[in-house]
Structure formats: structure tokens, C-alpha cells
Write a protein that binds this ligand. Structure first.
Ligand code: AMP
Ligand code: FE
Ligand code: FE
Ligand code: ZN
Length: 278
């Protein structure tokens, strides 16, 4: 069984429509995939329908933008009700914060010598209610200021660069509770990838288990090196957390993350199902 539990469609910052993504998953030999767009469920219905047509089991998912003491942490939800009113209201609040920062982002970009307008950015986000920095990056590419998304982040958009603007994100503990309240399982995305390690030391992860019943952590992710994976697997085992793996595929929006690049063991999917079937 080939199981990839973290992918993005054009309903957030991936580049493929959900049905195209699911067809690509079938072609990549996946049996199960989760659609985990950032802060939206807009692609779920289309993905579920395409999954039925292609013989791919699609798991309902979401990747929530959360905050832990001023640090950005991504939280995956699985198997929940995408129409849960409290979760839907909170995701809408996060999306509003995404849109509200754009004028300031564009002002800072102009000051940095790479002008694009809010309209230019929105022209790159036509299929999504969850506009993000990747869409700003696409606008910078379209304007000829940078060659690709990576250069846009490195020069302008990453934290510490001149056009970074913080935005509202759900407090992490509250996000775990919201996923559980909607009947789902909560898994930390790439917890120790890209310098995130200091924000989520083992004792903090243990606290999330004790206080909020965190269910799992991503172990097999391309942002984790071999040593990090071994340490995270040991941590998962010691805390009773479900270890998962995924490609974090974004279509053409992120190079080197092909579907199925990393996989979730069948036993981990079964353990997640035991949570969200409860
Ligand atoms: P935002 O959701 O607007 O805060 O933007 C964060 C998203 O940008 C992440 O979820 C990634 O998908 C993407 N991202 C972050 N860093 C990079 C990078 N260096 N190159 C391309 N995409 C990135
Ligand atoms: Fe993304
Ligand atoms: Fe993420
Ligand atoms: Zn992701």
C-alpha cells in the first residue's frame, strides 16, 4: 500500500486542480492520498469524486496555519468533518488574515524595488480562497523580478527578508482541539524541518500530547534529514504518537517534492483511522 498523506492543490498553493492532482496520484501508483490544502477545504469534494473515479482513496485533510509563542507551526487534520462550523469559522478567520496582509506586503516589495500590486497577486490566486506568499511569489515571477518561487522567498518573502509580513494564525493548542471537535486526528506537519526544531522541542511536543491529545507527527518528510527522522521516530514511539510520512507535493509550485516521494506506513494510517472513526 502506497499512502501519501500531505498534498496541496490549486485550492491553496499547489498548482494542480484537485482532480488533476488525484489523477497524478493514481499515475504515481498511490493507493491512498490526503488532500491537505492550507486553511481551506475547497478542493475536498472534487478530490473525493476524482478518487472514486481513479480508484484512489482520498482522505479528507487540511493543513492549518497555527501559532506557538510567535512561531509558525503547521498542523495537519485528518478524517474530520470539513463542514464543522467552529473549524470552518476559524479557517475563515485565518484566510482573512492572509488577505489583509497583502497591501503591506506589496508596499514593502515596492520599497525593495520589486513592485507588484495586490491585483497582480490576486490574479495568481484565482482558484483559491487561501492566498499566500507563494501567490505573491508567482506575481513576482510574472513581473520578471525573480526566476521562481524559491528566489522570491529567498530575496523578499521569507521571514527576515524585506517583504515578510506576519499574519494571524490559530493558537496551536486551540487548533488541535478544533480538529478533534470536528471528529479528526491532529498531526504536526514537518515538526523539525527548516529550522523549526527550536520552536518544538521534545518537551513541548510532550506537552501537546498531555494537554491536547496530539495524535501524531510527520517523520518521513523531505525537510527532515536521516538523523532527524530517527530522532522523531524515537520521540513518536516514546510518546505514543502516530508517525506519518508524505511528499508535501505542491505540483509545479515546489521542486523536488513528487507525489509518493515519502510514504506513511499502513499501520500508521490504521492508527489514524482508529482516531477519526471514534
Ligand atoms: P504563507 O502560507 O503565505 O505563510 O506561505 C507559506 C507557504 O509558502 C508554505 O506553506 C510553503 O508552501 C511555501 N514556502 C515556504 N518557503 C518556501 C520557499 N523557500 N520556496 C517555495 N515555497 C515556500
Ligand atoms: Fe504550501
Ligand atoms: Fe507545511
Ligand atoms: Zn504542506
Amino acid at each position: 500500500m502506497r499512502i501519501d498523506l500531505h498534498t496541496h492543490s490549486a485550492c491553496s498553493d499547489g498548482t494542480d486542480a484537485p482532480a488533476v492532482l488525484v489523477a497524478a496520484a493514481a499515475a504515481a501508483g498511490l493507493d491512498v492520498m490526503a488532500l491537505t490544502d492550507h486553511d481551506t477545504h475547497d478542493g475536498i469534494d472534487e478530490a473525493l469524486a476524482a478518487g472514486a473515479g481513479h480508484g484512489v482513496r482520498v482522505v479528507v485533510g487540511v493543513e492549518m496555519s497555527t501559532d506557538l509563542g510567535g512561531e509558525s507551526v503547521h498542523l495537519l487534520g485528518y478524517g474530520h468533518d470539513p463542514h464543522d462550523p467552529r473549524l470552518a469559522a476559524e479557517l475563515a478567520r485565518v484566510r482573512a488574515g492572509r488577505a489583509e496582509r497583502l497591501p503591506e506586503t506589496c508596499r514593502l516589495l515596492a520599497a525593495a524595488g520589486a513592485p507588484v500590486s495586490v491585483e497582480d497577486v490576486m490574479a495568481q490566486a484565482v482558484d483559491t480562497p487561501s492566498v499566500g506568499r507563494p501567490h505573491v511569489a508567482d506575481a513576482l515571477v510574472a513581473a520578471g523580478h525573480v526566476a521562481d518561487r524559491r528566489e522570491a522567498f529567498d530575496r523578499y518573502l521569507a521571514e527576515g527578508q524585506p517583504a515578510f509580513v506576519p499574519r494571524y494564525a490559530t493558537p496551536l493548542g486551540e487548533a488541535i482541539d478544533l480538529i478533534h471537535g470536528a471528529g479528526g486526528a491532529a498531526v504536526l506537519a514537518h515538526p523539525w524541518g527548516r529550522g523549526r526544531r527550536d520552536a518544538l522541542p521534545p518537551e513541548v511536543i510532550a506537552g501537546l500530547v498531555a494537554d491536547h491529545g496530539l495524535d501524531g507527527i510527520e517523520v518521513w518528510h523531505l525537510d527532515h534529514d536521516e538523523t532527524t527522522r530517527a530522532e522523531l521516530l524515537e520521540l513518536a514511539t516514546s510518546l505514543g504518537l502516530i508517525p506519518t510520512g508524505s511528499s508535501d507535493h505542491h505540483g509545479a509550485g515546489k521542486v523536488g517534492h513528487p507525489l509518493g516521494a515519502e510514504l506513511t506506513p499502513p499501520a500508521s494510517l490504521a492508527a489514524l483511522e482508529a482516531v477519526f472513526a471514534r
